[in-house]
Design a protein around this ligand. Structure first.
Ligand code: DSN
Length: 425
């Protein structure tokens, strides 16, 4: 292949990145891999095309076939998420959040959300989308034992400050949000309720976590590429039958925060939705049973796993603490694990105040589940953790063993045509 230096380096690094994941144990809770059919849609000619507006009401010619794709995708999203309205255009979870903030708030209004220190997403923060919309942010009192907003104190807060929008959902997300109780308080003061399900979209669609739209959320946003295993992108969903509200949501996305959106990813999302209809419930169940098995195995080996009293987790995530708060021990652990072939991320846990020196790790099971690992493999994974972090074995020896172990898990499952998980590598 004829390339210049830069292109060669980029292609080589791209291949190496793929090989890194292929030969590792990937446990970033927000990541996943594509099925062969979704990958085909994402690699199609659609990647360079434009379509602004909604199906049948476009600003460009040439959209007839794409209209078919988006119409099918919308119907599938409504069916998979059991709701009346779906917009599948947004290009990420944050982009969905920005669109909804544009639709439902005005600068200077007040929003309540989970603080980033307690696991809230960056787009819920002043430094992110909430700040960009010029909103006053008030964060919920947090129950550290239960790893959720303190129900009584948060309901009291909502009744006192009367926010315009009440936002729930986190990036560190072990347990369902007590939504019914808190939505009642929000609706009493005339606030709309928004639930950011980015991390748990697949668990919700698979009926294994909570059903925010029937527990009081007026709108749910989320990513299409975490526990919901599609291409990178977002969703905006609602059960409202108010056409004005729906129009505001659609307008929040276009022309609010997207002009063109990523048509190839919309096609990929639509295929992922159709695969999820058939395989999603099993996938969601397996992700959660793997997370529970991993948490139990790590705890038995002596790791400090959070939320023991609640059974450690009811989601795709497990949290472990590796030293005292703000010690940076989580960062150190993530680095040792990566040298040992295990990809994780450091994370702030209750008490930590420094994002770059946290004491914790956040571990996710979506990708391991997708390549066919089950409960017994979670015990194998926990043993690799123990060798790296407790026994302090030579990381390279562990990395070689991880590569051999992972060579047995190279097929993507829960899709129409199981195929190579890391194709072309
Ligand atoms: N920051 C991402 C995560 O890993 O949770 C979500 O956007």
């Amino acid at each position: 292949m004829q390339t210049d230096d830069a292109a060669s380096k980029i292609l080589e690094a791209t291949k190496n990145s793929g090989l890194h994941y292929k030969n590792s144990i990937p446990m970033i809770a927000s990541e996943n891999i594509l099925s062969p059919l979704v990958r085909e849609a994402c690699n199609s000619d659609l990647h360079g095309r434009y379509a602004e507006g909604l199906p049948g009401k476009r600003y460009y010619q040439g959209c007839e076939d794409f209209d078919t794709i988006e119409e099918i995708g919308i119907e599938l999203a409504k069916s998979v998420f059991n709701c009346n309205f779906a917009n599948i255009q947004s290009t990420s979870g944050t982009n969905s959040n920005l669109g909804v903030l544009k639709a439902l708030t005005k600068p200077g209004e007040t929003i309540t959300a989970v603080s980033t220190a307690d696991g809230g997403h960056i787009s819920h923060a002043r430094m992110g989308a909430v700040g960009m919309r010029g909103l006053n942010l008030v964060t919920y009192p947090w129950n550290e034992e239960r790893m959720e907003p303190d129900i009584d104190a948060s309901a009291k807060l909502i009744r006192e400050i009367k926010p315009n929008l009440v936002l729930f959902g986190q990036s560190v997300f072990l347990f369902p949000t007590p939504l019914k109780e808190l939505s009642d308080a929000a609706h009493e003061v005339g606030a709309k309720v928004m639930y950011d399900g980015a991390h748990v979209m697949g668990l919700i669609a698979g009926n294994q976590f909570q059903n925010p739209l029937s527990e009081g959320a007026d709108v749910m946003t989320g990513s299409s590429h975490k526990t919901f295993p599609g291409p990178q992108g977002g969703f905006v969903l609602s059960n409202s039958d108010d056409p004005k509200f729906i129009k505001r949501l659609n307008n929040g996305i276009f022309p609010g925060v997207c002009s063109s959106y990523h048509l190839h990813h919309v096609a990929g999302k639509a295929i992922a939705l159709s695969e999820f209809e058939k395989f999603g419930e099993d996938y969601a169940k397996d992700i959660i049973s793997n997370a529970k098995a991993l948490a139990n195995a790590l705890a038995e080996l002596g790791f400090d796993v959070l939320a023991e009293e609640r059974g450690y987790t009811a989601s795709h995530q497990v949290l472990t603490r590796h030293g005292s708060v703000d010690s940076g021990a989580g960062k150190e652990a993530a680095s040792i694990l990566e040298k040992s072939g295990i990809i994780t991320n450091m994370n702030m846990l209750p008490g930590d105040t420094k994002a770059m020196k946290p004491s914790g790790l956040r571990l996710g099971t979506p990708e391991l589940t997708r390549v066919g690992m089950g409960v017994s493999e979670m015990e194998d994974v926990a043993k690799f953790f123990s060798r790296a972090l407790i026994d302090k074995e030579n990381p390279q020896t562990i990395k070689n063993d991880v590569k051999e172990f992972k060579s047995n898990y190279q097929t993507v499952h829960y899709c129409f045509e199981p195929g190579p998980a890391y194709p072309g590598l």
